[in-house]
Design a protein around this ligand. Structure first.
Ligand SMILES: NC(=O)NC(NC(N)=O)C(=O)[O-]
Length: 338
């Protein structure tokens, strides 16, 4: 079962993940585990420490024991599955690996995390060389903030991907005007017409897109239709400012876009136009003040096709939502908030 790989990678560096400690990284840096790009390899790149790898690689253990790496997730969430990718590690992959996860509120140090309540989410499992192994996670209903990868006994792993559902801490949403479309607040693209070049979730990532590849880009459309993406918002809310950014899309920005709102709490309610079809410029951050009705999801139509670097939908939570978010957080983190 590998369909969880379409969920966001909660550990990836571009969402704020960090390898905060490791038992050893003699051959290759622990930070490589969370690189967003596909693992690369060039043979015969021998440095003073050996062949260079785009992954985490430890020394050959001679005294027993095993190696481990401690990862702070970029975003707290429910983990559906992990991918342990041994790409390019052919004679030096670990024969076994396991993954544990824990929840820690605040900003815990590696030492403090030793006492956390660790749950095994992937039991000790055999690995192959040069292979992406997808493991469904145990405990998919709990919110976790950290994971610990164990390589038994030693070796190299190119990437650790931790796919799941973002569960935002309500403390950072309630009483504030927030980006209701931000991945970090719990929004997600749930359907789209095309993701030929890149995933539409990219539009919801934090910060600015550095290149065209960090946004959403569709193939050239030849059928007279238009591309679209449906975004489930972080929470029901009223949108006050829409920002649509075509930065880096110089020759493949859409000619125009439109936003339509839906209220999934009232399935019989008709879709509401939030912004009618509006022209777009290439390589430009466009901003529009507005006041939408209460909505739970928004469809972005782009005409006819092309790329979008970022979509931001700033607004206020609908009344009553704050209580629901707090109740969900308390239930999934198992215990009342301080
Ligand atoms: N040729 C290798 O890759 N050797 C080893 N690793 C590195 N990085 O040189 C090893 O011993 O695991």
């Amino acid at each position: 079962m590998t369909d969880f790989t379409s969920l966001p990678d909660l550990a990836v560096r571009t969402l704020g993940g960090s390898v905060i400690a490791a038992s050893d990284e003699s051959f290759a840096a622990k930070e490589n585990l969370l690189n967003p790009w596909a693992p690369a390899f060039r043979p015969e790149t021998f440095g003073p420490k050996g062949q260079e790898y785009d992954g985490w690689e430890t020394a050959r253990r001679r005294a027993g024991g095993h190696d481990w790496a401690l990862v702070r997730l970029g975003l707290p969430g429910r983990i559906a599955g992990v991918v342990i990718d041994t790409a390019w590690f052919k004679g030096n992959f670990p024969p076994h690996a396991s993954v544990e996860a824990c929840f820690a509120d605040g900003h815990s140090s590696p030492a403090e995390l030793l006492d956390a309540d660790w749950a095994e989410i992937v039991p000790k499992s055999p690995l192959e060389g040069d292979t992406a192994h997808a493991f469904a996670a145990a405990e998919p209903g709990r919110v976790f903030t950290h994971v610990r990868l164990a390589m038994v006994p030693d070796g190299g792993v190119a990437r650790l991907r931790v796919h799941g559902h973002v569960v935002p801490n309500p403390e950072f949403l309630t009483g504030l005007t927030v980006d209701l479309a931000a991945l970090e607040n719990g929004a997600r693209v749930v359907e789209c017409s095309d993701m030929f070049y890149s995933s539409p979730d990219n539009m919801l990532y934090p910060g600015l897109a550095r290149t065209q590849a960090e946004g959403w880009e569709t193939a050239r459309r030849r059928d007279g239709g238009n591309d679209w993406a449906l975004i489930r918002l972080a929470a029901p809310g009223i949108i006050r400012l829409a920002e649509i950014d075509t930065t880096n899309l110089k020759f493949n920005a859409p000619a125009a876009f439109a936003l339509t709102g839906f209220d999934d709490r009232r399935p019989s309610a008709s879709p509401r136009t939030i912004l009618p079809r509006t022209p777009l410029r290439p390589d430009t951050r466009h901003r529009f003040r507005l006041s939408s009705p209460e909505v739970t999801s928004v469809r972005l139509d782009i005409h006819p096709d092309g790329g979008i670097a970022r979509l931001r939908l700033f607004g206020d939570l609908a009344p009553g939502t704050e209580r629901d978010l707090a109740a969900r957080w308390d239930a999934l983190t198992q215990g009342p908030r301080a």
